[in-house]
Design a protein around this ligand. Sequence first.
Ligand SMILES: [Zn+2]
Length: 122
Amino acid sequence: MKSTDPYLKICKYAFCKISFNAKRTNQEFCCRDHYVKHNNLKAKTIRDLTKSTDKVLHLNRHILSILSQKGTVSANDFSKLGYKISQFTSIRKNEKGENVFGCYEYIIENVGNGNYKIYKNE
Ligand SMILES: [Zn+2]
């Protein structure tokens, strides 16, 4: 029985796919340039898939950085600045068992009467 040559490879870069003689058995690309291009395309695909959500989260974080300087804020303060309440990066329970939402390093805590306190998670 004849086995295939483990050094005879096909370049993994989608726009190349040439067969080449690898120097190592774990080499997947015909050259460094195709390794870089393959990984750049992979990163771009992920960026394109997460772009719209990331944009909202980054804007929310920016709004929280502004509102955190005010002490207590109202729900109206959030909506005036365009805060999207449906997008957050974390959720946890406070000591009363209530949900507390976070966006990156900022935490939003409901302090009652439609008011919120925003602080940094240290
Ligand atoms: Zn190649």
